[in-house]
Ligand binder design. Structure first.
Ligand SMILES: C[S@@+](CC[C@H](N)C(=O)[O-])C[C@H]1O[C@@H](n2cnc3c(N)ncnc32)[C@H](O)[C@@H]1O
Length: 414
């Protein structure tokens, strides 16, 4: 009998799952499970096993959609209300770890009706493996709900995604960051970053959400640390522009003991950030308040590094950020950018392509901004200043985010 697509996919799932299973068993690591004491992450090493995981995820997604059939693929697949309620009422912390709570108890604690608590949690159980019902009417944790109870960053990630990235409204005809779906939903004429300056609780949740997402599949900062030749900078200085609270600077400082770092961000983001820099790195990591639309105050650094920055801005704004950098550049200064590059259709794994295209629409909702294809990046630098020379754009094996290296090529630049 001729092989069919569904049979091929099923065979691939079996083969590559068995590679993962053998690795976990050989290293006496726990097998994936949703049980309350199950692992919240697989912790597979980068390389072949991460690739195996991605192949299985891709094959199961495709098999799932094929068996669903084209008509059902037209249905909205996701109703986030149950997770939104779990976040808003902090239900994970109201269920005792390794114990139980009744629907009635939870309803009372959340001031919600028992009917609504029950329908929300039962939805989350079947769609998200968040909570379980070990006996009728009682709720206990799974590994996923336990993570929400134990890790405040996981909650920040969920709340941020629901409150800020989902309201995709019809306002995408402008490139102004204060006329987007997000600002419409928040009933404000301020762009998100200005709004955060006035709402420190939201600013804090944003930085915590970024930390929660940093370990996401395919966008681990390890890809950046391992795949850019940082050692060629010697004892130089890296300015991390829009570096939030310095997580990436710390990771790089650990690996490259000769490098110094200046982490720049808006004053309200950088305030208090020094508390999270471990004492051993404080002499090599400075924090500096700086608005990247104003002239760059650090002259002649070896590298100006931008991670997850340009995708937050429309082309007209991204060009302003680049122009504000120009007065500080000297011949040979490098820009290193860690951001997404939209793939040619079908050249990336389905899992990664979904993640990147998802991010593209999130950027539209939040900021009227965009992810860019390789040619868009090259055009962006050309329009900002022809003295920017794009040296290389590449996506390291296994990564979702690309690395873009750009050289400043004018000897006269101050
Ligand atoms: C998506 S986050 C990326 C943070 C960090 N680079 C990372 O990859 O984890 C964007 C950062 O840009 C900062 N930002 C926004 N507007 C800025 C401005 N005008 N000047 C400096 N930083 C700004 C935000 O505060 C935020 O920390």
């Amino acid at each position: 009998m001729a092989s069919t697509r569904i049979a091929e996919l099923a065979a691939r799932i079996q083969l590559r799952t068995s590679d993962i299973d053998s690795y976990l068993q050989h290293n006496q690591l726990p097998s994936p499970a949703f049980d309350e004491d199950g692992p919240v992450d697989l912790n597979l090493p980068n390389g072949d096993l991460s690739a195996a995981r991605e192949q299985v995820l891709d094959a199961t997604l495709e098999l799932h959609d094929l068996l669903l059939g084209p008509s059902l693929c037209l249905r909205p697949v996701y109703n986030g209300l149950s997770l939104q309620v779990i976040y808003k009422y902090d239900i994970a912390s109201k269920v005792p770890l390794y114990g139980e709570a009744s629907f009635a108890d939870l309803a009372e604690k959340c001031s919600l009706s028992e009917v609504n608590i029950r329908r929300m949690l039962r939805y989350a159980m079947v769609f998200h493996h968040v909570f379980r019902e070990p006996r009728k009417g009682f709720v206990a944790h799974t590994a996923a709900s336990r993570r929400l109870a134990e890790d405040p960053y996981a909650g920040a990630g969920l709340g941020y995604m629901f409150d800020e990235t989902l309201p995709a409204l019809e306002q995408f005809h402008s490139d102004e960051p204060n006329k987007c779906g997000w600002s419409h939903y928040h009933n404000t004429d301020k762009a998100a970053w200005e709004y955060y300056a006035l709402h420190p609780d939201k600013a804090r949740r944003f930085t915590h959400a970024m930390s929660a997402f940093a370990d996401g599949h395919g966008n681990s900062p390890a890809f950046l640390v391992q795949n850019y030749p940082w050692n060629t900078i010697g004892t130089g200085t890296v300015v991390d522009v829009g570096g939030s609270k310095g997580d990436i600077g710390v990771l790089l400082a650990k690996q490259f003991p000769d490098l110094g770092f200046i982490i720049q961000d808006l004053p309200e983001m950088i305030t208090g950030a020094s508390d999270t820099i471990p004492a051993e790195f404080k002499s090599r990591i400075q924090l500096q308040a700086h608005d990247f639309f104003t002239e760059q105050p650090v002259y002649g650094a070896d590298v100006y590094f931008f991670r997850n920055i340009f995708h937050n801005w429309s082309d007209s704004r991204a060009i302003l950020i680049l122009k504000a950098l120009v007065p500080a550049l000297r011949q040979g200064s490098r820009l290193v950018i860690n951001d997404y590059v939209l793939p040619e259709v079908g050249t990336m794994s389905l899992t990664k392509e979904r993640a990147v295209r998802d991010m593209d629409l999130i950027m539209l909702t939040l900021f009227n901004a965009r992810e860019r294809e390789e040619a868009d990046w090259i055009e962006l630098f050309r329009k900002a200043d022809p003295r920017f020379s794009v040296v290389r754009i590449w996506t390291p094996e296994g990564a979702t985010m690309a690395i873009i290296e750009v050289l400043w090529t004018c000897a006269d630049a101050a």
